[in-house]
Design a protein around this ligand. Structure first.
Ligand code: APR
Length: 258
């Protein structure tokens, strides 16, 4: 099978790009060994555990039965213990270095973008290793090993009250400061290119920046082995894995591999 390539007309169109807004979901970490939530092998689509996992990872469950939520977060963390950034994460970090303006809106809580070197990151769902105290607001960080080993709610090191994950659970609100950063980055002056990688695009705050970019005549590209609700919105849909196509896009944007 020949090596995948980008359509020549897309390579041509990318020559004028000076600013990129990337939007990522669990799919960009699939090649790092972290299962996605939905789709083939998705955690939520597990016939036995799926529904229960979603319920456990919700704000109401955290209030009612925090140990259950922490056990579900620990189970997710066990998937990330040995995960390292893949070629797609590194390619996005190179784009940030090479381009005049780059912003990364990620739904992922696995921390792999920062480990790969991305800096201008809007982690809209937070960071699963970060915790905050439900009483004194103290913020601490757990290691992946500490988190993966949890089977009950960890106590605050300062006041002994319950810690909570500093991540957005189901039925919880987003951090308004991060929403504002996203609106600034994607709405005030939409990037020349909006690149959507590895997301089922089920949340409006993830799909909307792509719609805005398309309406403003910006380049819009989706990288996903499967079609999504954005497939008919974007200008180009690259039907394949992030680890293959994102490095090709980085090279076309002048951010070649090391
Ligand atoms: N490369 C690119 N995309 C991939 C790959 C891959 N190798 N493998 C799978 N995908 C795609 C799937 O086709 C799917 O469209 O990644 C997407 C993963 O979708 P979800 O599992 O729904 O993950 P995501 O879109 O990030 O979910 C959004 O929902 O559960 C909440 O907070 C959670 O952040 C998560 C949010």
């Amino acid at each position: 099978m020949s090596e995948p390539t980008l359509p020549p007309e897309l390579v041509e169109a990318l020559q004028g790009v000076r600013s990129v807004g990337a939007i990522t979901g669990a799919g960009i970490s699939a090649e790092s060994g972290i299962p996605t939530y939905r789709g083939v092998g998705g955690i939520y689509d597990d016939p036995e555990e799926g529904h229960s996992t979603v319920e456990a990872l919700s704000g109401p469950t955290l209030l009612r039965d925090p140990d259950r939520t922490w056990r579900a977060v620990a189970a997710l963390a066990r998937h990330t213990i040995d995960a390292t950034p893949n070629a797609a994460h590194h390619a996005l970090a190179r784009m940030e270095q090479a381009l005049e303006r780059f912003v990364l809106l990620t739904q992922n809580v696995d921390g792999l973008h920062r480990i790969a070197g991305s800096r201008n990151v809007i982690d809209i769902h937070g960071d699963v290793l970060a915790t905050r105290c439900t009483s004194c607001e103290t913020r601490t960080r757990l290691t992946r090993v500490e988190l993966a080993a949890l089977d009950a709610t960890p106590p605050c090191p300062d006041c002994n009250a319950h810690l909570r994950p500093d991540a957005v659970l189901f039925e919880e609100l987003l951090d308004p400061r991060k929403v504002l950063r996203m609106q600034e980055a994607f709405y005030r002056e939409p990037p020349d290119l909006v690149l959507v990688v590895g997301t089922s695009a089920m949340f409006p705050y993830i799909a909307e920046p792509v719609h805005v970019a398309a309406r403003c005549g910006r380049l819009t590209i989706e990288v996903n082995p499967e079609p999504t609700p954005l497939t008919n919105v974007v200008g180009t849909s690259l039907r394949g894995p992030a680890g293959v196509y994102v490095p090709l896009l980085a090279a076309a944007l002048g951010a070649d591999g090391d």
